[in-house]
Design a protein around this ligand. Structure first.
Ligand code: DX5
Ligand code: ZN
Length: 220
């Protein structure tokens, strides 16, 4: 559970070259590829959908960590299961039926994740924690890559660690937004173990050594 996992966000990659970009990610030792799905409604930006994920699947065996920033994500559970998503993480704020939606994700054979925005308190997670394989604490407001890390969100990571311990549960805690070689250590110290990084990783030509800088920062 607490092993560190790096999740390069393909949102920061070249969209005209997904096959090549997936290959670049596979050459690193990153555990996941983080795939940001945005519908232009839950967040202002639009990215890609299940058909694009299905095409990516043909080029990669990596764990597909799909982060849906979509209104009523329960509508798309089957589509993402069929596309080959391994983890489907949905926003607490995006549905009136978070409990049922998470049940649906599990029933479809995927790992289920729940994610909260910086403005959402952790308390609302309590009734659904037993359903999830992963809790994602946003460390920026979702919608765009390249934003500044919000350090106040780390208190919420700590609170989720406590909630997990109290409940005797076992799930991963992921952070997403503004993660780089300077912020990653504080995330790990707070108790996160899955680290999404987009612009920090893809700004460099050499993805392998860039992932390595994150590992070094974690070990320091
Ligand atoms: C933002 C997305 C992130 C994004 C992170 O809404 O959920 O996954 O790719 O990008 P960086 O690492 O650039 O903040
Ligand atoms: Zn994301």
């Amino acid at each position: 559970m607490t092993s560190h996992k790096i999740a390069p966000s393909i949102l920061a990659a070249d969209y005209a070259n997904f096959a090549a970009e997936l290959k670049r990610i596979e050459e690193t030792d990153a555990e996941y590829v983080h795939i940001d799905i945005m519908d232009g409604q839950f967040v202002p930006n639009i990215s890609f959908g299940a058909d694009v994920v299905a095409s990516m699947r043909k080029h990669s065996k990596l764990v597909f960590d799909c982060h849906l920033m979509v209104v009523d994500p329960e509508r798309y559970v089957e589509a993402y299961a069929q596309a080959g998503a391994d983890i489907m993480t949905i926003h607490l704020e995006s549905t009136r039926h978070i409990h049922g939606a998470l049940q649906k994700i599990k029933a479809a054979g995927m790992k289920a994740g729940v994610v909260i925005n910086p403005g959402t308190p952790v308390g609302a997670l309590e009734p659904i924690l037993s359903l999830v394989d992963q809790v994602l604490i946003m460390t920026v407001n979702p919608g765009f890559g390249g934003q500044a890390f919000i350090p106040e969100c780390l208190d919420k990571v700590q609170k989720v660690v406590e909630m997990r311990q109290r409940a005797g549960l076992d799930f991963d805690i992921e952070v997403d937004g503004g993660v780089d070689d300077k912020t990653i250590a504080a995330c790990a110290k707070a108790g996160a173990n899955v680290f999404v990084a987009g612009s920090y990783l893809f700004k460099a030509d050499d993805l392998v050594s860039q992932v390595q800088t994150l590992r070094l920062a974690l070990d320091a």
